[in-house]
Write a protein that binds this ligand. Structure first.
Ligand code: 4AD
Ligand code: MG
Length: 477
């Protein structure tokens, strides 16, 4: 007898074979029908128990959440919506699940409740679909870069520099936090710390990726990054995964082309490989939409949105053009957008970004050439002396998905910028070396993986697309 997965059995069209399967009970109806799932697909397989010839003690132990082992014959299903089922010949309970206390009951649970049970939430259809999609997306990302001549680089998690210069780092220290050693000036003596200096968890692998791009040509990192920003929003995590390609001899226009091509590829990949999960999530969203007033309902379904992004060009707009659009659009309080924008030079707020993407262009937008003073120190200064070759890619329903730039490759200009921002040269001597020895135009970007998973799944809270979310005041699991 052969062991199968649910996915394998559901795609069979020949009957009569004796098969074996292991999984978890989703529901058990009428002392007869087990809906069994093993994670291999969104769908359950129906296993029909011959209850008259089954021990009553065993029947009682077939409860939601229990792990079971079934042997039986694969037969054509009489039921609707399924082609095959198993006529159970033998059933073993591998692990009981007390129906009185098992939190995941066969009913709709709120996402808040499921977050408190993050260790069990993938026993639900929604979360198993989301996490399968997350896995497929990760694979597609590696595949895209591998197919396009990029090398995968592992950038360090513990670093001595602040790549973004935003001061949002988690300190890594072996010193006694309550009683740290002090130096002659009465300050914490980091020379006595584990690494002999102050260190943090990385906020981005970009600077290290730049060093490798300047020898291997095309590289990318895909790893966890950490930000101690106190943003309790549905789009921010303290620990998130970032994809960061970096390419030598590529300018900002090439960077835009790469980002757009890459995103279209990975979204197409999940459409082609996780259709059933997407269809399930789409249906869930459509049901949710029905509870909303007509005016607030989404114009497109999940799969339509994905296809739309794949089939249409991203709109490329300079910051200055965007400011003009915002200035010329009337505030509309009813729709909750507040477009009143300050002078040229101000950073765009999320409501401005949402207006541009969701109301004005109605498609992904690449904003570029931002004012230098609202962007990071390493971005290439334009000839106008006031804007930098930065790009942000904004997505409907998500906001900022990608942040990237052409990097400042001129040693003197970079040094001047660091001086103006009080970034000590000693800290980034190795970064400056790249500009001393064989410097060249190069560019890259960072894509927040969880925001991509949100877009691909239609989930609206970033805490629901990562197995164990880290947010302020929350690291339960
Ligand atoms: O715009 P950011 O800060 O850019 C960088 O870190 C650059 N070093 C990237 C590069 O050029 N190599 O972050 C990049 C992206 C954002 O666009 C957003 O999608 C995501 O990372 N991101 C977050 N995602 C979840 N939670 C947070 N707290 C995030 N902060 C940024
Ligand atoms: Mg950014």
């Amino acid at each position: 007898m052969k062991m199968y997965t649910v996915s394998q059995l559901l795609s069979k069209n020949q009957f009569g074979e004796d098969v074996e399967i292991k999984g978890w009970v989703r529901t058990f109806r009428a002392n007869r029908f087990i809906a069994l799932n093993d994670g291999s697909t969104i769908n359950n397989i129906q296993c029909v128990v011959d209850f008259e010839n089954t021990d009553e003690v065993i029947l009682k132990r077939i409860t939601t959440g229990a792990a079971i082992h079934i042997k039986g014959e694969l037969i054509e299903s009489q039921g609707k919506g399924q082609s095959v089922e198993i006529a159970v010949a033998h059933l073993d309970i591998l692990g009981d699940s007390d129906p009185e206390t098992f939190p995941i009951q066969p009913k709709k649970h709120s996402f808040e409740f499921l977050r408190e049970n993050a260790h069990l939430r993938t026993r639900t259809s929604t979360f198993s679909a989301v996490m399968r999609l997350r896995s497929t997306l990760s694979f597609a990302i590696h595949k895209y870069f591998n197919d396009n001549g990029f090398y995968y680089m592992h950038t360090p998690i513990i670093t001595g520099s602040d790549a973004e210069g935003a001061g949002e780092m988690f300190r890594v220290s072996s010193l006694d936090a309550k009683n740290p050693p002090l130096n002659d000036e009465g300050k914490v003596d980091y020379k006595q710390d584990f690494f002999g200096k102050e260190t943090n968890l990385t906020v981005s692998g970009q600077l290290e990726a730049e060093t490798y791009a300047m020898s291997l040509g095309k590289v990318y990192t895909f790893g966890p990054t950490f930000r101690a920003e106190n943003s309790n929003t549905s789009r921010h995590l303290s620990e998130f995964w970032m994809i960061e390609p970096e390419v030598a001899f590529m300018d900002l226009a090439g960077n835009m082309d790469l980002a757009e091509d890459f995103m279209k590829y990975v979204l197409k990949y999940v459409l082609d490989h996780n259709r059933e999960d997407l269809e399930f999530l789409e249906k869930r969203l459509l049901d949710e939409e029905k509870t909303k007033p007509q005016a607030e309902r989404s114009e497109m379904s999940l799969i339509e949105k994905l296809n739309f992004v794949i089939d249409n060009n991203f709109k490329r707009v300079s910051y200055t053009e965007a400011i003009d659009i915002l200035r010329n659009s009337k505030p509309n309080k009813k729709k909750k957008f507040n477009y009143i924008i300050e002078d040229w030079g101000a950073d765009l707020q999320s409501e401005h970004e949402r207006f541009l993407v969701e109301k004005h262009f109605k498609c992904p937008v690449i904003l570029f050439d931002y004012p230098a003073n609202i962007k990071a120190f390493y971005m290439r200064l334009n000839e106008d002396g006031k804007t930098v070759r930065a790009m942000d890619i904004l997505f409907p329903g998500i906001g900022e998905m990608v942040g990237g730039s052409q990097r400042e490759e001129r040693l003197d200009v970079l040094k001047e910028k660091m001086k103006a921002l009080d970034i000590p040269e000693e800290e980034l001597w190795w970064y400056l070396d790249l500009r001393k020895y064989g410097t060249a135009v190069h560019s890259g970007f960072g894509l927040g993986f969880e925001r991509l998973v949100m877009f691909a799944t239609g989930m609206t809270n970033i805490r629901d697309v990562i197995p164990y979310p880290r947010t302020p005041q929350n690291a339960e699991f």
